[in-house]
Write a protein that binds this ligand. Structure first.
Ligand SMILES: C[S@@+](CC[C@H](N)C(=O)[O-])C[C@H]1O[C@@H](n2cnc3c(N)ncnc32)[C@H](O)[C@@H]1O
Length: 249
């Protein structure tokens, strides 16, 4: 735990402000979970996608993240996915959202989820589709190099947990959860350091490097280059940015 908590203890300070649950993504997760009563949310952070109508236990190693949970949020156990402190089949369902790319042993953590629950839902991303993003391609290719080392493809996640399906999760143009693809149609949002600080793909890179690239993005927006290259996106309401929901029911 000592190895993982410091990352989010460092970059997670403004998380609750910019990483709020998007209702459309939340609805898809809740449909996938189905009619379960008890749930463990692994890598729970501030508890964004925890269903209000279920009995939830959150697992979170970072004190900074856990401290941003609402007063009425589910109780937190300070632990890591790789070693869940629960007996076999303790919960109806286990959920992991935007977290497996941070785990030191992804396969071990996924096996732990499958051990403690019958239904397992993992929101992750397809590294190939995810990397095909104008922000990474044109401005911060270093973010892709970082992600490709960390991500287990959704099909491999499905194999480990014995999932029946992998669902694409579309990203709306007005997505309210500020993860890295969220502002695919609102490029000016990436110019705010506090917004970027909540996207691990950018926050883990050197500040001065990202700041220089964002200066270029600022100039491209002001000068019309961004619109000339990517203006077609302004006619789209949703996009496939590689988000995938892997579900075992
Ligand atoms: C991007 S946040 C996602 C939080 C939340 N699930 C959400 O959707 O907003 C990733 C979280 O994973 C946690 N984390 C990192 N390594 C972990 C591990 N090995 N086991 C469990 N959680 C971990 C981090 O501390 C952080 O809170």
């Amino acid at each position: 735990m000592a190895r993982v908590a410091p990352i989010y203890d460092g970059i997670g300070r403004a998380y609750a402000r910019h990483r709020r649950p998007d209702p459309r993504i939340a609805a898809q997760i809740e449909r996938a979970l189905g009619d379960v009563s008890t749930l463990v949310d692994v890598g729970a952070g501030t508890g964004s996608y925890e269903p209000a109508d279920k009995s939830v236990v959150a697992v979170e190693p970072s004190v900074v993240m856990a401290s941003q949970r609402d007063a009425g949020a589910a109780p937190v156990v300070r632990a890591v996915a790789e070693s869940l402190p629960f007996p076999d089949a303790s919960f109806d369902a286990a959920l992991a959202v935007f977290t497996i790319h941070h785990w030191s042993d992804v396969v071990g953590g996924l096996r732990e989820m499958a051990r403690v629950a019958r239904v397992v839902a993992v929101l992750t991303f397809d590294p190939v589709a995810h990397s095909d993003f104008w922000l990474f391609r044109d401005y911060v290719p270093e973010a892709n190099a970082l992600a490709s080392n960390l991500v287990l493809p959704p099909e491999a996640v499905a194999e480990v947990i014995g999932a029946q399906r992998v669902e694409p999760v579309m990203i709306p143009s007005d997505c309210v959860d500020g993860f890295n693809w969220a502002f695919w149609r609102r490029p000016e949002e990436y110019l705010a350091p506090e917004v970027r600080a909540c996207m691990s793909g950018l926050a883990l890179l050197p500040d001065d490097l990202v700041a220089k690239r964002m200066d270029r993005l600022r100039a491209d927006i002001a000068g019309g280059t961004w619109h000339a290259r990517h203006g077609h996106l302004l006619h789209q309401d949703v996009i496939d940015g590689g988000l995938r929901l892997v579900v075992r029911q």
